[in-house]
Design a protein around this ligand. Structure first.
Ligand SMILES: [Zn+2]
Length: 426
């Protein structure tokens, strides 16, 4: 089937940031056939969708998530990070079953599709359940089994992760990665084993690094190295790497980050809410490091809405630099789309022929999107996830006129509510 969607504004996010008003996109199977002004090409299509007042743009790639943590949304909010993890999150995570994780991931998928996310990078456990939910939803997933390397089951978990990766190595929508949790939960020896397996199986690595000041101070005290330097010594930067957070990356770290395959994914709301700090974006940009955007899990961020994340990113950089010109709306939108895609080594995030048909349409008809003086500013500073009308992933329409096509939201909500209640009372 070949489709065309016509609407009044198309933001291509290509290298020239071309905008078409009105504009159209034509796609077949999972690939964009053409993008341009209305009537600009004459390719026959099977179906035309017309949206009079919409802004069409690449969908968002959420570069860091723990999707099933939606079941813990609102649990022990406003606690310090290590107290929150040790007292509240980890004891409950120990009780999660594969079915809980499946339902929690479905809930996250429903929320992500409804708010314009087309793909996400996840680190969790029971990854077959996560993959099943992701496949059912139609989203793209870069999925990694979280690895904690401090007990003798650590190597078994690594074999399990490699086996998961082998099974999904040819999946069109799932890209397996390895997910060593962090240097404070994995020993340097274990990180070296992860790097070896990643290299041998051509896998990328997803890891939390330099998220909090305590983490950096503890790592320095214990090993005489920053988390970035420790990860580099372990060989993790020899393979494609997704560094979640990077809030405390320092000038001393930059030589270790040269020629990085991958980049840093910032989660500004999670970093703010846990009191961790603000990404040194200017430092990373100057060093030529790719930077994407993510939400982190719903237990720390509460919402998986990437519109909120773009706003938070822009606001916090302006505050950090004390300068409103230091970070622009277009930079936030770039990070959420082609920025995260670049970190993942993926060709999405740009609307042009031959690229993946991953895009969204945002309603521009509402009061808060009026007038349309600057569509990019409206998307970043005025819109919310609730404004998304269409979400298309790999050419498949997952959200049409604001309604999910692959998932039953009412059933998922009911099931998630019951499981969350049972987990909290256990
Ligand atoms: Zn995380």
């Amino acid at each position: 089937m070949r489709y065309r969607l016509e609407t009044d504004t198309v933001l291509t996010m290509d290298d020239m940031f071309r905008v078409f008003r009105p504009g159209q996109i034509t796609w077949q199977d999972g690939t964009i056939v053409s993008v341009g002004g209305i009537g600009g090409e004459s390719i026959a299509v099977d179906q035309v969708i017309k949206i009079p007042s919409g802004i069409l743009l690449p969908g968002f790639y959420n570069g860091h998530n723990h999707a099933a943590m939606t079941l813990f949304r609102g649990l022990a909010d406003d606690s310090p990070i290590f107290e929150w993890l040790e007292k509240h999150i980890w004891p409950r995570e120990a009780k999660l079953t594969a079915d809980d994780i499946y339902v929690g991931t479905l809930l996250a998928a429903a929320e992500m599709i409804k708010s314009g996310t087309v793909g996400y990078a996840d680190m969790y456990f029971e990854m077959d359940a996560v993959a099943k939910a992701t496949k059912e939803s139609g989203l793209r997933g870069w999925l990694s089994r979280g690895l904690v390397g401090q007990d003798n089951t650590a190597l078994d978990k690594l074999s399990e992760a490699a086996e998961f990766a082998r099974r999904f190595s040819h999946d069109p929508l799932i890209t397996p990665m390895l997910g060593p949790h962090a240097p404070y939960t994995c020993s340097p020896w274990y990180l070296e084993r992860v790097a070896e397996i990643a290299s041998a199986h051509y896998l990328g690595v997803h890891i939390h690094l330099s998220e909090s000041r305590d983490e950096v101070n503890d790592t320095r005290a214990k090993f005489g190295l920053t988390p970035i330097q420790l990860a580099s010594r372990a060989g993790l930067f020899q393979v494609p790497i997704l560094i979640a957070h990077g809030v405390y990356i320092e000038p001393d770290d930059l030589p270790y980050l040269e020629n990085l395959k991958g980049g840093v994914v910032s989660c500004p709301i999670s970093n703010a809410k846990l009191g961790n700090g603000i990404l040194p974006y200017a430092l990373l940009k100057q060093a030529g490091i790719a930077v994407g955007l993510g939400t982190d899990g719903a237990a720390s961020t509460n919402s998986l809405d990437m519109f909120q994340e773009m706003k938070a990113m822009a606001w916090m950089q302006k505050v950090r630099e004390g300068n409103p010109e230091a970070f622009r709306a277009q930079t936030a939108l770039t990070m959420a789309t082609r920025g995260t895609a670049a970190v993942l080594g993926f060709s999405g995030g740009i609307l042009e022929a031959g690229r993946p048909a991953d895009f969204i349409v945002v309603d521009s008809q509402s009061a808060h999107m009026t007038p349309d003086i600057d569509s990019v500013a409206n998307i970043v500073y005025a819109a919310t996830g609730a404004d998304v009308l269409y979400t298309v992933v790999n050419g498949q329409i997952l959200l049409a006129e604001g309604l999910l096509t692959t998932l039953n939201e009412a059933d998922i909500r009911r099931e998630a509510q019951e499981r969350a209640k049972a987990l909290l009372s256990a």
